[in-house]
Design a protein around this ligand. Structure first.
Ligand code: NAD
Ligand code: GLY
Length: 370
């Protein structure tokens, strides 16, 4: 086996005995050395989808063949609309059909949908088998593959059924982003932009300067954005793995965004598009509550627009649009005893989680929706 020198960055997630590395670089996916020193496993199951498998599964399988005698595969239908029990069950069907045991290691090869479902399957098959994230979208590399949140959707609420379950490693191969459609690049940029207002304004400044390079998938810009995003997320998750408090700031834009996704039907807007627009709405709410000024809302909205993301919320109901948003947001996982909690920008680079008066939220929704 050759030890490749392609690994350029390692970001460590510090979680005691659940700690792991995020490996970031070019051409990693097909290198056997990317998968060294994982726990002993009897077999591997690559969980991918019908779009990603034809592109990258052969290379991953080749690399894994140096570590595993047996490699099974399962291809899920593509799309957020399939992030459900039926699709999840097909992973269990495959594991059982091949008589997989407790040492079988799952490899999630795909975007956030595949990663969240493969992770949940790993968390629950035989009460837990090891898994590795091999994220292939920008969004998955900067957010969903990191931190151990796994889930499926319910028609009434996004990511409602799931588990916290950390992977053994995350392998972010920047080369695979070359085949990503532009709309998916924009979706990933939403989660990158998110880290600025909540945690790091120097990074926000950098994104503003480099947004065109990021949109063009310029390798150095992508490499920096992926590393920096993973560092910020690792820092937050390292302090609050199971979202007892601080980690909720990573949901900036998601309270409104999840309502958009569920309200329109999963897959109509991409998750990143809903989060981008949700950040605009959450910024307006932060302004309405007196935390930030209109200039900052304008600046954030401008960047989200330059990233190719929608900044006007969709109408979810013709007669009581704000009421529909509120009803959907009640199912947000941060809601407690009927109170909807919002991630608000307290000041550039600082976030807080708070309730807000219903009349103010209604006014913001009315103002922000097309
Ligand atoms: P996705 O998984 O649906 O992938 C987007 C599209 O790109 C799909 O059609 C996919 O097949 C395709 N694709 C993937 N890689 C490709 C490649 N290299 N080349 C060409 N096409 C490729 O969407 P996503 O944006 O990656 O993830 C969104 C999901 O992630 C949502 O379900 C969201 O809830 C979840 N999420 C989870 C977390 C978490 O912490 N677990 C965080 C953020 C988002
Ligand atoms: N994407 C939000 C989180 O991981 O907590």
């Amino acid at each position: 086996m050759t030890i490749a020198n392609t690994i350029s960055e390692i970001v460590r997630i510090d979680l005691g005995d659940r700690s792991y590395d995020i490996v970031i670089g070019e051409n990693l996916l097909g290198q056997a050395s990317s998968y060294l020193h994982l726990p002993k496993a009897s077999a591997a199951l690559i969980v991918s989808n019908t779009t990603v498998a034809p592109l990258y599964e052969a290379a991953l399988k080749q690399a894994l063949s140096e570590h595993f005698k047996v490699i099974h595969t399962v291809h899920l239908p593509d799309g957020e609309a399939h992030k459900d029990w039926v699709t999840l069950n097909s992973v269990f069907d495959t594991l059982l059909a091949h008589a997989c045991d407790r040492q079988t290691m799952l490899f999630a090869l795909g975007g956030g949908v595949v990663g969240d479902m493969a992770g949940f399957a790993a968390a629950s098959f035989m009460r837990g088998v090891p898994f590795v994230q091999v994220p292939t979208t920008l969004l998955a590399q900067v957010d969903s593959s990191v931190g151990g949140k796994t889930a499926i959707n319910h028609p009434m609420g996004k990511n409602m059924i799931g588990a916290f379950y950390q992977p053994q490693r995350v392998v972010c191969d920047l080369s695979v982003l070359k085949t990503l459609p532009p709309r998916e690049v924009s979706a990933g940029l939403a989660e990158i932009i998110k880290y600025g207002p909540i945690a790091d304004m120097a990074f926000f400044d950098w994104i503003e300067t480099n947004i065109d390079a990021l949109m063009a998938c310029e390798p150095q810009a992508l490499a920096y954005a992926v590393r920096k995003s993973c560092e910020i997320k690792a820092h937050v998750v390292g302090q609050d793995e199971r979202e007892a408090g601080l980690r909720a700031i990573l949901n900036f834009g998601h309270t409104f965004g999840h309502a958009i996704e569920a309200g329109l039907g999963y897959g109509e807007w991409l998750h990143g598009e809903a989060v981008g627009c949700g950040m605009v709405m959450a910024a307006h709410l932060s302004e309405a509550l007196g935390f930030i000024d209109a200039a900052f809302v304008k600046r954030l909205t401008g960047l989200i627009e330059r990233a190719g993301l929608p900044v006007k919320g969709p109408l979810l109901n013709a007669t009581d649009n704000a009421g529909k948003y509120l009803a959907l947001m009640l199912h947000d996982k941060k809601s407690v005893a009927g109170d909807i909690k919002f991630v608000l920008i307290e000041g550039p680079g600082r976030a807080r989680v708070s309730v807000a008066p219903e009349a103010t939220v209604r006014a913001v929704i009315d103002r922000c929706c097309a």
